[in-house]
Design a protein around this ligand. Sequence first.
Ligand code: AMP
Length: 394
Amino acid sequence: MKNIDNYDFTGKKAIVRVDFNVPLNEKFEVTDSTRIKAAIPTIKKIAETGSVILMSHFGRPKGQEEKYSLKHIISAVNELLGKDVIFIDDCIGEKVENICSTLNKGEVVLLENLRFYSEEEKGDKVFAEKLSKLADVYVNDAFGTAHRAHASTAVIADFFPTEKLFGYLMQDEVNSLEKVLKFPQKPFTAILGGAKVSTKIPVIEQMLSKVDNLIIGGGMMFTFIKAQGGNVGSSMVEDDFLETAKSLLETAKKNNVNIYLPVDSVNADKFSNDANISMSNSNSIPSGEMGLDIGKESIKTFCEVIENSKTILWNGPMGVFEMDNFAKGTISVAESLVRATEKGAFTLVGGGDSVAAINKYNLEEKVSYVSTGGGAMLEFMEGKDLPGVKAIRG
Ligand code: AMP
């Protein structure tokens, strides 16, 4: 398969879909440039021999709203790239075509926000064709939007029957996720946490057909514990999903998957860091108290399972880690993942809040891979074919 390293960009113009949807402050300055940084290796590599036309969405504009112009991020891109990009205040049309047709080796163009045209999200063919006309080769390096069949993320690829490839970031994401989901070394353990079961049912179902061990923590644990007849006090529970939780536990049994639910919990009398704190078994939480973290015994068992695994996937915090008093479970799991990685396991962390947690504890370099694509990663875990991946690989 063609990739960034084996493709000859000499004399070619590459149109590169990046994810520059970065947060800005009220002065329109970039406050977190992680996504721009992530695309730099691909841009630099292409610019060594060819020229680059960057396209991205930015926020959710209604029409051409100035506050959603990509002009606000030019200086951040220039700084990270180490050279000035040529910004064009549109992404299709005569002006864009004229500038792009005369690009020299090493030059990098940044097009205006694709979502200034509603055709982008509609996956409009004519719009995609207009974008495709600007370049000789299509590169997709925007994993964060790979689950969307938009004009620039999927439809455009039809106009490059052979000249289409993944950028480095996209390639790394796909390789890491497939390593875990398609070719895991056993024992394979998934750790799922976060607030609700309801949003993770398809993921849990997929995991039950793949893993040896499934560790469940976070708010969602209480729906499982209540489904088994436990008293969970005023902990977060989704009563509409008690039957679902029961049937997921039965599926686990049928599939010989070991389920690890927390045996103890750290409870609070209110949802606050300065609440009164007590410990109890997770199935006998006093009324009026809520479980906001997993307890010591649970941490011990979870860490043992993690450190005896060869492949580990972690999505979702074990407790309300944003409050220091309820962060111990999440920190302990993060540190356990680091120890497992040191022992040679492949460890993948993905999904918004577990990524935020691993970054908060500065452990992101000590696990095998941190996936940046929240929604895309979840859909991949649900076993779906991502349009952005399919468009390139077929
Ligand atoms: P999610 O977006 O579903 O992954 O959920 C992440 C959120 O779940 C985080 O903001 C956590 O604070 C929250 N969370 C984790 N454990 C609990 C819990 N025991 N009770 C309430 N919220 C929780």
